[in-house]
Ligand binder design. Sequence first.
Ligand code: 7RM
Length: 635
Amino acid sequence: MSNYHIKHLEEYFKVYRKSVREPEIFWEEIAEEHFLWRKRWNKVLSWDFQKPEIKWFEGAKLNITENCIDRHLVTKGEKTAILFEPNNPDEEAQHISYNELYKKVNRFANVLKDEGIKKGDRVCIYLPMIPELAVSVLACARIGAIHSVVFAGFSSTALSTRINDSDCKMVITSDGSFRGAKTIDLKSIVDEALEDCPDVNSVLVAKRIHSEVTMKAGRDKWLQTLLDNASSECAPELMDAEDPLFILYTSGSTGKPKGMVHTTAGYMVYTAYTFKNMFQYKENDVYWCTADIGWITGHSYIVYGPLANGATTVMFEGVPSYPDFGRFWEIIQKHKVNQFYTAPTAIRALAKEKLDFVEKYDLSSLKVIGSVGEPINEEAWHWYNDNIGKRKSPVIDTWWQTETGGIMISPIPYVTPTIPTYATLPFIGVQPAIMDEAGNELKGNQVEGRLCIKFPWPSIARTIWGNHQRYKETYFTTYKDNYFTGDGALRDATGYYRITGRVDDVIIVSGHNLGTAPIEDAINEHPAVAESAIVGFPHDIKGNALYGYVILKETGNTRDHDNLRKEINQLITEHIGPIAKLNKIQFTEGLPKTRSGKIMRRILRKIACGDTSNLGDTSTLLNPEVVERIIEEKI
Ligand code: 7RM
């Protein structure tokens, strides 16, 4: 009777149809049969894409950590919940059982309470991929505090912006992090950030690299000391279905990062249900997602989705290239990983290396291999399918977003036949629409346009923290009565979807979404810079790399250009992080602009790609002559 686990294609179509015809009945059954509720909902769904307002399971009470931990203790207390694989392969892996996770999370939750954190307070987590990261996320959820994880590769400025935007009271961090052969001093980055964050009055510091750090009296405390004195019992806070669970920042095409707000019940139901099906998870399987918990993929498919299913989830601290390019494959062999989920940028980087790195290891435990973060090109898809999946483990190309909370369009392995570069079919309950630029839905097959979703699913982000108007404008005004994804897509003759890429000013570099505006803002801070424009151009490994056109002020022109390039990248590193550094910087005297003063990025993009044969219509430009100049001076 249960539709929780889809096993073949006919069943998929049947369940899909039901989820579209009777969404409330469908989701009610899933919610009822597979989760622990302290109080039942009064209404499954109410929604209005105009306002916009979306509520799932209204009136229900629950705690997500009871679903992710407590309820598994009776049957699988000794099962490994989190399998931690350290950066250094010589350091022993840690198997944290559900029983141990329960104690760790409760201890941590009590520490948060002792430090004055209450339900609804925001807590910023800035940690490397060590067990404390997963534990602190769950500890916040245990007491109803809203976690805001900031990827530990972000700079101090990016960190302080995020802390202040959601007014976090506390920061959880570590002395530092290991990344391959390097160490990074996270605590000093936090110290710098907090100079601009007057409302943070407590910093908990985990020890990882055992470096010297400065501890500010009254504010900074060693985490371990507090944990040692805390009780391992902490009653879960009863949360309303629609209480915020977390905030996670994502880049917008303009302005500051958007704090996407996810709420409790719908997010839990959808991430758990998609996890079960996308990875065909069976008891005793070992599942590994290589993402960082600082991104949505880590939230949904390292922490919440797997744990809600009582799975064993691997957490890897390191990088694919350390100590050599065989590390991923070595870990798969070592822990007999059954499901492996990574990003195209990692696949491309590893595909460049000698096949020996792969062939040295036994990958026969694998059953499902996944991809996420950006379109996977055909070559990378085949390399992954041939060499890692050995043409027996299906490749699932999963399309989704920070805003969607969970996987939206993807093959279900062993259910949906795959085609390279196609995300294939919408998951149960997901109703995609393809729109033309005028806002009409393109019905039927063999259409291409912009991807929207026309009906709510349980894990859609409910708002942007502190800016509901921006939420409305970004997602619900471009196409009336639809959620607009910002992506282009086509639907082929058989109804399969292929995602063609962003249609806005977000550029995905090595799987990281970068908005052009914040990078340009950082460059423009340079005293010699008058104006700048960033575009993406194709890159073998990163997918896209960044190309910057920079106009210098009079005084800047006498400066050494190579030095200027270094200084500009240094500024970007400080403001955003090294992931946003420019691969190429061209100094130019003007930028092509429309009469209303908008930079014509379309033209700059073509020039950066070396595709100048057909620049399209340049007649509407205010200054068509600069285009020629930019082409001549191209680096
Ligand atoms: C999960 C995640 C979202 C953006 C999204 C797309 C792109 C992600 C795929 C993809 C083609 C895919 N969240 N994207 N997955 N494009 N095929 N399988 O990545 O918020 O960080 O990024 O990533 O453009 O809108 S995210």
